[in-house]
Design a protein around this ligand. Structure first.
Ligand code: AMP
Ligand code: ZN
Ligand code: FE
Ligand code: FE
Length: 283
C-alpha cells in the first residue's frame, strides 16, 4: 500500500517529513509522496528519511491552478525539485500568497476583528502560510470558536474576508511539472464542481495540455466517483493515482494511507506512474 498525496509542516500539515516517513513505516506503507502546497522544500528531507527507512520516497508538489467556479489542484509527482523553471513558478505563487494573506488580514481588521499578523506567521513554522493558519490564529485570539467557523463565516471562497491569489494557468502548471520531469495529475476532480459531461470536456482539454494522471482513489471519492474517474483515465490514457491528502491535526478523521478507512492504493500504481515517466513525451 502507498500514499501519493500528503502534506507536511512545509505547508499546512502538522508533521515533519521525517515524522511522516516514520508513520508510513508504522502503517505498513511501501511508498510515500510529499505533495505540499506550492513548495518542494520538504522533498529532500522526505527522500533522505525514506531512504534511511527503506520505503520509497516520491518528490511532489500540489499546485492550485486558475479555474472559474471551482477549485483545480494539480499534483506534480516525481518532480525534480532542483529544476529552476518550476522553482521560479512556485516562488511566484508563494509571493502571490503573501500578498493575499495580508489582504485577508486587512479584511478581517476592517470587519472589526483584530488579528495581528504576528499571531499568524509563527503557526506555519517557516513554511507556506495558508488560510488554515489564519483560521487557527483566529481561534487562538478568541475571534471565533473553531477553525470551521473561521472558514464558514469569513475565510471561505466568496466569504467576507476572502481574497483571491495568483494562480498559474492550468497550461503553465502542467508545463512546469512536465518540465521538471514530473507527472501532472488532476487532484480530487470533484472539487472542479463539474457534472460528468463537463468534467470530461475539461479533462479532454487538460490532456491536450499534457496532463498525464488523474486522482482516482481519495477519501471523498465513493464508488461512483471512482468509476467515473477510472473511465476518464481510460479514455484519455491517464495514470490512475491516489492518496489520503493527509494533513494531520487539521483533519483528524483522515489517516495516512487509509483516508477515512476507505482508501487503499496498491503498489502497482507507483509502477504505472514511473512507467509513464519513462515513456516521456510520447502522449
Ligand atoms: P489556501 O491554500 O490558503 O487557499 O487554503 C486552502 C486550504 O484551506 C485547503 O487545503 C483546506 O485545508 C482549507 N480549507 C479550504 N476551505 C475550507 C473550508 N470551507 N473549511 C475548512 N477548511 C478549508
Ligand atoms: Zn492543505
Ligand atoms: Fe488539494
Ligand atoms: Fe492536498
Amino acid at each position: 500500500m502507498i500514499d501519493l498525496h500528503v502534506h507536511s509542516t512545509f505547508s499546512d500539515g502538522s508533521f515533519s517529513p521525517e515524522e511522516l516517513v516514520e508513520m508510513a513505516v508504522q502503517s505498513g506503507l511501501s511508498a510515500l509522496a510529499l505533495t505540499d502546497h506550492d513548495t518542494t522544500d520538504g522533498v529532500p528531507r522526505l527522500l533522505s528519511a525514506s531512504e534511511a527507512s527503506g520505503i520509497v520516497g516520491v518528490g511532489g508538489v500540489e499546485i492550485s491552478a486558475e479555474f472559474a467556479g471551482g477549485t483545480m489542484h494539480l499534483l506534480g509527482l516525481d518532480v525534480n525539485p532542483a529544476e529552476s523553471a518550476l522553482q521560479e513558478a512556485l516562488a511566484r505563487i508563494r509571493m502571490g500568497r503573501g500578498e493575499r494573506n495580508q489582504q485577508i488580514v486587512t479584511h478581517l481588521n476592517e470587519l472589526g476583528l483584530a488579528l495581528p499578523w504576528e499571531r499568524v506567521e509563527p503557526l506555519a513554522n517557516g513554511g507556506v502560510v495558508g488560510r488554515p493558519h489564519i483560521a487557527q490564529a483566529m481561534v487562538e485570539c478568541g475571534l471565533v470558536s473553531s477553525r470551521e467557523k473561521a472558514f464558514s463565516r469569513f475565510l471561505r471562497r466568496g466569504g467576507p474576508a476572502y481574497a483571491e491569489r495568483f494562480r498559474l494557468s492550468p497550461e503553465e502548471g502542467i508545463g512546469r511539472i512536465r518540465g521538471a520531469g514530473g507527472v501532472p495529475v488532476l487532484a480530487h476532480p470533484f472539487t472542479l464542481g463539474l457534472r460528468f459531461r463537463k468534467l470530461r470536456e475539461c479533462v479532454r482539454e487538460l490532456s491536450a495540455m499534457g496532463l498525464q494522471g488523474i486522482e482516482v482513489f481519495y477519501p471523498e471519492h465513493g464508488q461512483e466517483r471512482r468509476a467515473q474517474y477510472t473511465e476518464l483515465a481510460k479514455e484519455f490514457d491517464l495514470v490512475m493515482t491516489g492518496g489520503s491528502d493527509f494533513h494531520g491535526a487539521a483533519n483528524p478523521a483522515i489517516h495516512l494511507g487509509r483516508g477515512f478507512g476507505n482508501v487503499c492504493v496498491s503498489d502497482g500504481i507507483l509502477v504505472a506512474l514511473r512507467d509513464r515517466v519513462q515513456r516521456g513525451d510520447s502522449s
